[in-house]
Design a protein around this ligand. Sequence first.
Ligand code: SF4
Length: 331
Amino acid sequence: MKPLKSLPFFFAMAGCKRHCVYCDQTRITGETSAPTPEEIRQVLRQQTGPVGIGYFGGSFTCLPAERVDSFLEATRAAPAGSSLRFSTHPLCLSPEILGRLKDATRKGCPIACVELGISSLDDAVLESCGRGYSGEQALQAVERLANEGFPVGVQLMIGLPGQNFDSTLDDLQRLARVKGPRSMDLRLYPCLVLQGTPLESLWKSGRYTPLDTETAARWAGHLLLEALGLGFNILRVGLAETTALSSSVIAGPHHPAFGEIAWGECLARLLTRNSAEGPWIEHPNRRSLFKGHGKRGLERLAELSGRTVAEAAGHLSFWPCVKTSRGKSRG
Ligand code: SF4
């Protein structure tokens, strides 16, 4: 099925009861205030076809109940076939809130996904980040949502204070056990040091060392490979680049194409896992993951296979592009 046109609305930290040490949604998204339900309605009424509405950047279900209801109700102004996904905090999913969400679905606001900002399931990491819950509580929230029939997404991070690769792999495996055969969306973000956040003080005092881009790309790429194997549906890797973000990052693995680099790492690992020395055949759409960004993907393919870059390039080919009857190319 063709994905719906995405229409995100940002609620900069609306509903958040704490300030997680790394977060400043205004700097990440460039949005300073949440839209009103009427403003959302006006935008939705102008749409000519179904849209994928997003309420992101805050803790949606932590807002007062009447505000949650009015934002849910606003989505009914969207053309038929539209749906909503939103991000929220694991502690704001009481039975009463879930009842409210189900009620909204019955009244014509289909919920495509509830995305939980989990960051980590490691209690020590969660404590260092000021998240305000335990890994077990986060898992229970995921399970509760899934058991009530809501499609679930999880947002995880790498490079958080006190976190290492094994801890993030453990996060994935614990989530996969709760997921079972169900589908679950995943977004993966590297931890960046943003100006004015508590993490900036930790970094400046030497109590936090951010990842460099290369380390973060290897970590993310490896984790992506494991996530694919565990059956997660990966929606995004890395934050969307905005002017506000790029002018606010003061340390950490910031790269406008972080997701591409991480996917290149993932594919280099996947290919060499399947065939240690090649030859390898890839989809043409993935060419840039090997040949872009200073040929980083190709260099990793060479390194992981014990070949030179020229040899690795000679062993990597792409499916031929076929012209369709409408003249379009497809792999
Ligand atoms: S990370 Fe999420 S819960 Fe924490 S302050 Fe930012 S938006 Fe709120």
